[in-house]
Design a binder for this molecule. Sequence first.
Ligand SMILES: NC(=O)C1=CN([C@@H]2O[C@H](COP(=O)(O)OP(=O)(O)OC[C@H]3O[C@@H](n4cnc5c(N)ncnc54)[C@H](OP(=O)(O)O)[C@@H]3O)[C@@H](O)[C@H]2O)C=CC1
Ligand SMILES: Nc1nc(=O)c2c([nH]1)NC[C@@H]1CN(c3ccc(C(=O)N[C@@H](CCC(=O)O)C(=O)O)cc3)C=[N+]21
Length: 294
Amino acid sequence: MKDHRLINGKEVQQRLLTGLRAEVDALAATCPVGRLVSISIGPSPEVAVYVRGQARGAVAAGIPFDEQVWPADISQEEAKRRIVALNDSRDVAGIILQRPVPAHIHVRSLQSAIHPLKDVEGMNPASIGNIVYNDVALAPCTAAAAVELLRSTGLELKGLEVVMIGHSEIVGKPVAFLLMAEGATVTVCHHMTRNLAMHSRRADAVVVAVGKAHLIGADMIKPGAAVIDIGINQVTDADGKTRITGDVDTEAVKEVAGWITPVPGGVGPVTVAILMRNALAAHRRQMAAGWLDH
Ligand SMILES: NC(=O)C1=CN([C@@H]2O[C@H](COP(=O)(O)OP(=O)(O)OC[C@H]3O[C@@H](n4cnc5c(N)ncnc54)[C@H](OP(=O)(O)O)[C@@H]3O)[C@@H](O)[C@H]2O)C=CC1
Ligand SMILES: Nc1nc(=O)c2c([nH]1)NC[C@@H]1CN(c3ccc(C(=O)N[C@@H](CCC(=O)O)C(=O)O)cc3)C=[N+]21
């Protein structure tokens, strides 16, 4: 039997991608969407899983996907030069720089080199700044995915008491800003928070992005609350097999929560769909700015 407490991220992904496909197809005759360029620097297994998902999502959305893997020993200057060339290419709709990058690369400097109109991850400081002004069309993908999943519960976001656990630049902070823009009351917790459970137990919705398996147990969640689990952790079972799990003890929390996103099959697939939505939004902004003939 289907468990209605478990939110199906794949279904949300498909719904988003189907809608995008219609919009992308409608543009094909007048001003077709350019390619989405994925940049990985050196090989990385974490990134490979994500990029595979992106390539599949791009096919479903009808957006050309250009997967580039730059040498692990590329210099900062050469990487920046290549990004600037992509900024200037008319047939590039968007650029995503996959993290992590090798230690000698200054990731923030490279993110700043991506033009804000092509910044599909919303990680350029100018893009992050837009979010503070409630201009949320190009928000960091994972943060936007968490909000989309919360929306899919049907809960009224206005006035919702949300606890965000984790305050990184790529996830926790943007989630807090996006939810504030929706009218939620947001508490942000992190590793210096004195009593995490005291905060999380009060919340109508808990969003978790920490990177610690089983951080959130059933005693930390108010009955009926929504739980959005962003964490990705590799764990080894008793039989020696490795698998991916989130930050939430899903089996236990599902007994008290009203809704919960599983890992895998929750936030991850929706993140991919949001990246495609951002690519289309970037394309439309370039059209509006007069960068493309149409
Ligand atoms: N599904 C997806 O699309 C994505 C998933 N992820 C996953 O989400 C997780 C978080 O990623 P990211 O934000 O980049 O990670 P970071 O390591 O940058 O941030 C982790 C955050 O958790 C906080 N924290 C650490 N320990 C605790 C604790 N015991 N209690 C409360 N807060 C704590 C840290 O606070 P402080 O800084 O104060 O130490 C920090 O703000 C990871 O598992 C990552 O793999 C990330 C990106 C995309
Ligand atoms: N600049 C940047 N932005 C990111 O957002 C970013 C990044 N770099 N580097 C790597 C991490 C990781 N990440 C994932 C997103 C989706 C899945 C995903 O779709 N996972 C599937 C599982 C896929 C499978 O196992 O084949 C799921 O959860 O169901 C996984 C991982 C984004 N990250």
